[in-house]
Design a binder for this molecule. Structure first.
Ligand code: ZN
Length: 189
């Protein structure tokens, strides 16, 4: 009988330790990366000034083509990115991103997402939509303008195609951004 109790005690202790360890891990899983990125270099809190400027030019030039658009996403915090990453994984919904916190250009203020706007002011993600009636896909007209302005389009990516996504990497990889490299701010004169 004595042996039996001992065995049960060991199993119980192992269970408790496992649970404590697991909860600890869950709670801190997202924080170290966050801290690491912050230690390496300040994270911005808004779009990079050049991306901001090009974004405004995109909206203006789209309007001139008779294509009203809305910018649905711009700068995104690391925490918000982690939240989005859980969508379609530990949370309900479709997978919307393959980037965890700190792994998206949105986290460095270098990316925007757009959508078309129909006459009722509602967002449209239909790539065949032709609101200005010129026989061309409005979506692709926007992509052309964006590329002209220097944006890279997520629809050109080989793996996960992110059609609303536009970014400017300034020659920096996510690896470099995570380790503190930042694009230079435009020289003010
Ligand atoms: Zn995006």
């Amino acid at each position: 009988m004595k042996v039996n109790i001992l065995v049960w005690l060991i199993i119980l202790t192992a269970c408790v330790l496992f649970i404590v360890f697991y909860i600890e891990k869950e709670n801190t899983a997202l924080d170290p990366l966050n801290e690491e990125i912050k230690e390496n270099g300040e994270l911005p809190e808004e779009l990079h000034p050049i991306v901001e400027e090009k974004k405004n030019q995109l909206v203006e030039q789209a309007e001139e083509q008779g294509i009203p658009i809305i910018i649905t996403e711009g700068f995104r915090t690391v925490a918000r990115q982690d939240e989005l990453y859980q969508q379609g994984r530990s949370e309900d919904g479709d997978i919307v991103t393959y980037a965890e916190g700190g792994e998206s250009y949105h986290n460095y203020g270098l990316a925007i997402d757009f959508a078309l706007q129909n006459e009722n002011g509602r967002a449209v993600w239909d790539m065949s939509y032709d609101g200005n009636g010129n026989g061309e896909s409005d979506w692709m007209e926007i992509v052309d303008i964006a590329k002209e302005l220097g944006f890279e389009w997520g629809g050109d990516w080989a793996r996960f195609k992110d059609y609303p996504h536009l970014q400017m990497d300034f020659g920096l990889s996510i690896y470099e951004l995570k380790r503190g490299k930042r694009p230079e701010d435009p020289v003010s004169d």
